[in-house]
Design a protein around this ligand. Structure first.
Ligand code: ZN
Length: 266
C-alpha cells in the first residue's frame, strides 16, 4: 500500500515538473517579442497643447502596422489596424487618413502575436483592464494589443480639431463628444505601457476602438462583452522621436502632468 502511494507521489511529481516546464516554456515564448514600439513626441507635450503634426502618417506606418495616436491640430483619434490608418473625427465619422496627414503624437509597432488571452463576461473597462493586467507575463515591457469581436456596449470619445493658440488637452477633453455603441462588432487596438514611461507615454492600458463597419469608434472609455479573444505582442524595445518645433522646444516638460492625463483618459 505504502509502495503504491510512493509510486503515485513520484508519478505526480514528474507530471507536475513537466507541467511547470511547459508553463515556463509558454511564458518564455510569450516574452520573446523583439519588436520596437515607435513613438512620435511625448504624452506630456500633447497634454500641454503641442498639436502640430511632427511626422507624416506615411512615415509613421513604415515603422509599424498597429497602434494609435492623434492627428495634426488634434483632428480626431487615430487607430492603426493592419497597416490602415483610421481617423475617427469628433463628429463620430471614420475615414482612412488622407495622404499627407501628419501626427503630433502616435505609437506603432509591427504586430507579431506572442500571446493570446480569452476573457469572458466583462462588464466594464475597469474589469477588462484588471483582468488583462493580471495576465500580463511581464508588466515592465510594452504590449501591443489587438482584438476583433462582438461587444455588448462600447463607449468612446474623439477630440475636435483645434486652432492656434492651442488649448491644453484637458480643456479640449472637458467638452469631448462621447459615442455609445451597443451590440456592435469591432476592433480594439491598443497598448500596455509600463508605469515608468510616465510623462513620455500613457502608463497602463490605452485602447482605441473602430466598429467593423468602419463608421464609428474612438478612444475607449468603457466597454462590455460576453467573450473576447485578445492577441498581445510583447514589445521590449522603445524608440521615441521628438519634435524639433518651436512649440515643443518651449513647452514646460518639467511638470508632473499625471493628474491631467488621468482626467483626459476618462
Ligand atoms: Zn486615446
Amino acid at each position: 500500500m505504502k509502495r503504491t502511494r510512493l509510486l503515485f507521489k513520484i508519478i505526480l511529481g514528474i507530471v507536475l515538473y513537466a507541467l511547470a516546464v511547459l508553463t515556463t516554456a509558454a511564458a518564455v515564448k510569450a516574452e520573446q517579442g523583439n519588436d520596437t514600439l515607435f513613438q512620435v513626441s511625448t504624452i506630456d507635450a500633447l497634454l500641454d497643447g503641442v498639436y502640430d503634426g511632427a511626422m507624416p502618417v506615411a512615415r509613421l506606418i513604415a515603422m509599424g502596422n498597429t497602434g494609435l495616436g492623434t492627428f495634426h491640430a488634434l483632428d480626431g483619434e487615430m487607430a492603426v489596424i493592419d497597416g490602415v490608418v483610421y481617423q475617427i473625427r469628433s463628429d463620430g465619422s471614420v475615414r482612412v487618413a488622407e495622404q499627407g496627414a501628419s501626427t503630433p503624437f502616435a505609437a506603432v509597432t509591427p504586430f507579431e502575436p506572442d500571446l493570446t488571452l480569452t476573457l469572458g463576461n466583462v462588464s466594464s473597462m475597469r474589469e477588462l483592464n484588471s483582468a488583462l493586467e493580471a495576465l500580463l507575463p511581464n508588466p515592465n515591457i510594452f504590449y501591443a494589443i489587438r482584438a476583433t469581436g462582438q461587444f455588448r456596449t462600447v463607449k468612446t470619445r474623439s477630440v475636435p480639431r483645434q486652432t492656434k493658440p492651442y488649448p491644453p488637452l484637458k480643456v479640449v477633453a472637458a467638452t469631448q463628444p462621447v459615442f455609445d455603441f451597443s451590440d456592435v462588432p469591432g476592433d480594439i487596438v491598443g497598448l500596455w505601457s509600463p508605469a515608468f514611461v510616465k510623462g513620455v507615454g500613457v502608463p497602463g492600458f490605452h485602447l482605441h476602438f473602430v466598429n467593423a463597419a468602419r463608421t464609428g469608434g474612438g478612444h475607449m472609455l468603457d466597454c462590455s462583452f460576453e467573450h473576447l479573444t485578445l492577441t498581445l505582442d510583447a514589445t521590449p524595445a522603445f524608440t521615441v522621436v521628438l519634435p524639433q518645433s518651436e512649440d515643443f522646444a518651449t513647452t514646460n516638460l518639467t511638470l508632473d502632468r499625471a493628474a491631467d492625463l488621468h482626467k483626459v483618459e476618462q
